[in-house]
Design a protein around this ligand. Structure first.
Ligand code: XUL
Ligand code: CO
Length: 443
């Protein structure tokens, strides 16, 4: 097991906050119990196959940089097999128990649908054996419906039904692979399900096509015994100028409109939230508020750049806010925390994959501890409860119960006179959050 990452000899150890070992965890202690469950099962970290195994460092201005020993550019199936071995070595050494993939990350597309299916089946069999041997599980699978030239004008939302059929074929097999590997989720990210110009786009028609693919996938999934969750991952743009699953609220509205809400929940990604002009916390709260927060793609953008930089998450404040939402809803049933994050182009060594994941895992482990302490102490909940207390009695209660009318409220307002402006204490609450984040008591 030292084939591809010889610089890391064994599993990355937990050494605590005072460690100066760059290849050790300071906060992520897999077996430590938080709220009665291990950190491992609270966080359910996952490695993203596309970035960490398939990533080359290429960007719109330059080609591949990384020289990966598992990717030799010869026979694509031999590369795929080596890549899978590298994936399990990385997962095992990191102590990450889950991974996520697109069909085309795992196995190369063939010249025909039949050949593509054969390639995928072969790799799924190998992955199943490695999963059994290592105890690693599949968090979620998905189909890549955006890279191939046939998807230039969309997959399900393409004006050509033959493209829709190719997408359907891919989704079927990706879902089969997910079932075969015991995945607890299946993701739809609509990369090209959107448009670049309304001059040539029938938006209403395209949205109905998208709903049709989702509906038939749910039907098929239940037939083949998929017991996991279907997730939609909102993103406002990139690669499309406008994507239909713009953000959590838009996606929930879409699911409601097409009567798909019972069958889907959301996979919220940090950098997609910021591209939509929201914070990660906002998107998570919108999803959780509708009882539809399924899973998280953890990463971050660069505030000075307006595109999806997919950097590893290191912002403890943002991570703490995220974990407050996750713990607040009692955790994630079918989902987890997937590192949809890539190394910078200049981070070209394989050991950089360890530094990146270790930093992200420690950040979220610490965020989990901080959020847990804040929830236990009720430091945000109590003031929030007080702020809305008047809606729990009298006229406030009647408003919420639909028992108040406009004339009644006019009379009440007249009788009561001018309301008082009460401070929201924002700065004081921000200080409370900082106190917990920087507290030396949380270790
Ligand atoms: C793209 C993105 C995808 C999805 C899976 O921005 O986030 O990698 O997570 O298709
Ligand atoms: Co993502």
């Amino acid at each position: 097991m030292t084939k591809f990452f010889p610089e890391v000899l064994g599993p990355v150890p937990f050494e605590g906050p005072s460690s100066d070992n760059p290849l050790a965890f300071r906060y992520y202690d897999a077996k430590r119990k938080v709220r009665g469950r291990t950190m491992e099962s609270q966080l359910k970290f996952s490695v993203a196959y596309w970035h960490s195994l398939r990533g080359t460092g290429a960007d719109p201005f330059g080609g591949p940089v990384y020289d990966r020993p598992w990717c030799r550019g010869g026979d694509p199936m031999e590369d795929a097999e080596r890549t899978l071995d590298a994936a399990f070595e990385l997962l095992t050494k990191l102590g990450v128990k889950r991974y996520c993939f697109h069909d085309r990350d795992l196995a190369p597309e063939g010249a025909t649908i039949e050949e593509s299916n054969r390639n995928l089946d072969h790799m799924v069999q190998r992955a199943a054996a490695l999963q059994r041997h290592s105890g690693v599980k599949l968090l979620w699978g998905t189909a890549n419906l955006f890279s191939h030239p046939r998807y230039t004008h969309g997959a399900a939302t393409n004006p050509d039904p033959l493209v829709f059929a190719h997408a359907a074929a891919q989704v079927r097999r990706a879902l089969d692979a997910t079932v075969a590997l015991g995945g607890t989720g299946y993701v739809f990210w609509g990369g090209r399900e959107g448009y670049s110009s309304l001059l040539n786009t029938d938006m209403d028609q395209e949205r109905r096509q998208l709903a049709a693919l989702l509906r038939m996938t749910v039907e098929y999934g239940r037939q083949v015994g998929f017991t996991g969750a279907f997730f939609i991952e909102p993103k406002p743009m990139e690669p499309s100028t406008h994507q239909y699953d713009f953000d959590a609220a838009t996606t929930l509205g879409f699911l409601r409109e097409f009567e798909l809400l019972d069958d889907f929940s959301l996979n919220i990604e940090a950098n997609h939230a910021t591209l939509a002009g929201h914070s990660f916390q906002h998107e998570l709260a919108v999803a959780a508020g509708a009882s539809k927060l399924g899973s998280l793609d953890i990463n971050r953008g660069d505030p000075t750049l307006g595109w999806d930089t997919d950097q590893f998450p290191l912002d403890l404040h943002a991570a703490t806010m995220a974990m407050l939402v996750v713990l607040g809803q009692g955790g994630l049933k079918h989902g987890g925390l997937n590192f949809d994050a890539k190394l910078r182009r200049g981070s070209s060594d394989t050991v950089d994959l360890f530094h990146a994941h270790i930093g992200g895992m420690d950040t979220f482990a610490r965020a989990l501890l901080v959020a847990d302490a804040m929830l236990k102490d009720g430091v945000l909940k109590r003031p929030l409860k007080r702020r809305y207390a008047a809606y729990g009695r009298g006229m406030g209660k009647e408003i919420l119960q639909g028992q108040a009318s406009l004339p009644e409220l006019e009379q009440w307002a007249q009788d009561m006179g001018e309301p008082q402006v009460r401070s929201g204490r924002q700065e004081a609450l921000e200080n409370v959050v900082n106190d917990y984040i920087y507290s030396s008591k949380i270790r």
